[in-house]
Design a protein around this ligand. Structure first.
Ligand code: ADP
Ligand code: ZN
Length: 289
């Protein structure tokens, strides 16, 4: 069976067709401008390809609550052209196939659980650390939604007293996204993150904030694996630093085999950047069940 997959981002839309085993047959990137301009291009890509269902991993906030009257809508986003846009409705009308939608990070989490490093696990945390910080969460095999969907990037973590910067989150002065996203690194140090590779102090602080947030999530969600993706995690020196600080902060509170093997517990995304689009293939497949 052939499925359509869409990873809807604020700067680009990745579209693909693929098979249920995760194999991607064709993939393309379309810039995100306005719905009027972008949506027809996406529809054009899928038309005539014989897709049986479409899966969407979308930037948020997005209504993923199936019983809601605005299910499938992009909600109160700063990307104003997309505010209250009926994303699922637009494709349903044009493509007439079942559609599954979730957040981009839940999609990536599902991709890793179906095809990647979290295969076979039921409780998984996927964090993206990029322009924003987002958390995809699976609990007992199901992606977590609740009243809307988790906004794990905005958990409050407490600012380091020696931090020379300010939170870049307009809502919170000490949330994880405000203190540890790519733009927050760049605002604090006045340079692009990739130009700061040799500055130890940058990554010490970054790993401290990420470790704090991750520890809170581990304590609350008890994930079997923590997967870290997003542009900032290209700085792979962060991984050992984060692991060490997580162990230190947990301070032996957990005595599990996962924590004992922390290198296999806190890991990079494993699907070479395709975790989101592969997750969307699985969302498509699940929409048919
Ligand atoms: P998005 O979050 O917009 O989907 P990314 O996950 O690629 O996209 O995140 C982009 C952010 O990640 C940039 O704003 C930048 O701050 C940071 N970033 C990208 N590449 C690197 C890198 N090589 N090293 C450190 N930070 C990076
Ligand atoms: Zn915030």
């Amino acid at each position: 069976m052939i499925f359509g997959a869409l990873e809807a981002g604020g700067t680009k839309m990745v579209v693909a067709v693929g098979e249920g085993n995760g194999h991607i047959l064709e993939k393309q990137s379309i810039p995100t401008t306005t719905p009027e301009e972008t949506i027809p291009k996406i529809i054009d890509f899928f038309q005539g390809k014989g897709i049986q269902a479409l899966g969407i991993g979308a930037f948020g906030p997005v209504d993923v609550v199936k019983t809601s009257s605005t299910y499938g809508y992009i909600l109160n986003t700063p990307k104003l052209a997309w505010k209250q846009f009926d994303l699922v409705g637009a494709f349903q009308k044009a493509l007439q196939v079942p559609i599954g939608i979730d957040t981009d990070v839940n999609g990536s989490c599902l991709g890793e659980m179906t095809y990647g490093c979290a295969k076979g696990l039921q409780n998984v945390l996927y964090l993206t650390i990029g322009t924003g910080i987002g958390a995809g969460i699976a609990v007992d095999g199901k992606l977590l939604h609740g009243m809307l969907h988790p906004e794990g990037g905005h958990i409050l973590i407490g600012k380091n007293a020696h931090d020379p910067g300010q939170s870049v989150c307009p809502y919170h002065d000490s949330c994880m996204e405000g203190l540890a996203s790519g733009p927050s690194i760049e605002a604090r140090w006045g340079k692009k993150a990739y130009e700061l590779v040799d500055k130890q102090v940058v990554w010490e602080l970054e790993s401290e904030y990420l470790a704090k947030g991750i520890v809170n999530m581990i304590l609350l969600l008890s994930p079997q694996k923590v997967i870290l993706g997003g542009g900032v995690m290209n700085q792979t020196q962060l991984f050992p630093m984060i692991r060490e600080k997580v162990i230190m902060l947990l301070n032996h509170y957990y005595d599990t085999k996962e924590i004992a093997d922390v290198e296999q517990y806190i890991v990079p995304a494993s699907l070479g950047g395709d975790q989101g689009i592969m997750g969307a293939i699985r969302l498509a497949e699940l929409s048919m069940q």
